[in-house]
Design a protein around this ligand. Structure first.
Ligand code: PMP
Ligand code: GLU
Length: 402
């Protein structure tokens, strides 16, 4: 009966992979519920609480009866505040009608992909990439086209690589900077090089995912849409989940050319009717505030990053670069492939993650899910105590490999 019922599912769902990050988090929760002491460094989620001024705004929103349906693309005052934020932080002019507020940046990205992709359209996704890009594109019956990078070039693509990946079927490119999972941040000059390639293909749209904008350890940040000659080709995605420790509030947004913003609103009008009213009141407080308020969180992430890099580099076999943003490390662990524990050979990153889960009780995510099979992703958005314990456990487990 069960098997028959599963066969009734659509091909769309059958072909969809479960989010690897969410799957690993689920596995850790299940093990913890069984009383097993697992440290989860699998999910990209700040361990901080949402700042008080944001919680206060949400409480006021409840008391002021923000409880009715609102415009599908979001409250007008929130869209005006996001418009001002784009001007303030990114030097991009988006009018309030070019902003669409959604239930998380994840939904923002899905809206854009569903708005643009017809079956067979190609979408360039430089690897390593965030797990959901590929699956969202597949859902829209598009064809993901990867571009490989490696730790030697800081996991960044070059203009020549981009040029080689473009053909007449290319419709979209999606990237994040700071990047999940590599932490790499594209400089203005590097983005200019990519823009020079893209501007000669004006029918290609670019999704610039800037959700880690404020978790950036370099002194500068540049958005692709701030280039005048790219403005009409770029959708800028952002949200409050990461910068303001608001993952559960489910609120993201885009700034986009009018025709794309309208299409996203049309989709959302049939799927969700928009983001939660209370989350929108909270987000209004968050985006209106001077981004300086999140500097203490950023500094805490930086301290943890430095600690983790130092410790991991002391373990032979972890080849690790210095991520400039987000809260992940993405070491190349191919040096461990071929090593054995109790007669079992570790042949890939999936098996190394499984070994570390079983022997060290530390949950990480395989690089395979991000399109880089030689790597693993370690989220350091955890307390220093947990990180110290995790490093000790990883060291012990690795010493068992030979
Ligand atoms: N983009 C990237 C690169 C991410 O890591 C995440 C993680 N959640 C998202 C988008 C989606 O964020 P949200 O919680 O706003 O849906
Ligand atoms: N984006 C985070 C991550 O990569 C949260 C989980 C998810 O949305 O996939 O771990």
């Amino acid at each position: 009966m069960e098997t028959t019922a599963i066969n009734l599912l659509s091909d769309r769902v059958k072909n969809l992979s479960e989010s690897a990050t969410i799957a690993m988090a689920r596995k850790s929760r299940e093990l913890k519920a069984q009383g097993i002491d697992v440290i989860s460094l699998s999910l990209g989620e700040p361990d901080f609480n949402t700042p008080d001024f944001i919680k206060q705004a949400a409480k006021e929103g409840i008391d002021q009866n923000y409880s009715k349906y609102m415009a599908v693309n979001g409250y007008e005052d929130l869209r005006m505040a996001i418009s001002a934020k784009f001007k303030r932080d990114n030097n991009i002019n988006y009018s309030k009608d070019q902003i669409v507020v959604s239930t998380g940046a994840k939904q923002s990205i899905a809206n854009v992909v569903l708005s643009l992709i017809n079956p067979g359209d190609e979408v360039i996704i430089p690897a390593p990439y965030w797990v959901s890009y590929e699956e969202i594109v597949k859902m829209a019956e598009g064809v993901p086209v990867g571009i490989e990078t490696s730790i030697e070039n800081d996991f960044k693509i070059t203009p020549d690589q981009l040029k080689a990946a473009i053909n007449t079927k290319t419709k979209l490119m999606i990237y994040s900077s700071p990047c999940n999972p590599s932490g790499s941040v594209y400089t203005k000059e590097e983005l200019r090089g990519l823009a020079d390639v893209l501007k000669s293909h004006p029918s290609i749209v670019v999704i610039s995912d800037e959700i880690y904008e404020h978790i950036n350890f370099t002194n500068s940040y540049f958005s692709m849409a701030a280039f005048d000659d790219m403005y009409n080709q770029v959708v800028t995605v952002n949200g409050v989940s990461k910068s303001f420790a608001m993952t559960g509030w489910r609120l993201g947004y885009i700034g986009a050319p009018n025709w794309i913003a309208s299409a996203c609103t049309k989709i959302q009008g049939q799927f969700t009717s928009g983001a939660s009213s209370i989350s929108q009141r909270a987000a209004l407080a968050a985006v209106s505030e001077d981004p300086k308020v999140v500097i203490p969180m950023k500094n805490a992430f930086l301290e943890r990053r430095n600690y983790m890099i130092k410790e991991l580099r002391s373990i032979s076999g972890f080849n690790i670069n210095e991520p400039e943003g987000a809260f992940y490390l993405f070491p190349d662990v191919s040096a461990f492939f071929g090593k054995e524990f109790k007669g079992n050979k570790i042949t890939n990153a999936d098996e190394l993650c499984l070994f570390l889960l079983e022997e060290a009780k530390v949950a990480l995510v395989t690089g395979n899910a991000f399109g880089s099979p030689n790597c693993i992703r370690i989220s350091y958005a955890a307390s220093m105590e947990e990180l110290k314990e995790a490093i000790g456990r990883i060291k012990n487990a690795i010493s068992l490999l030979h």
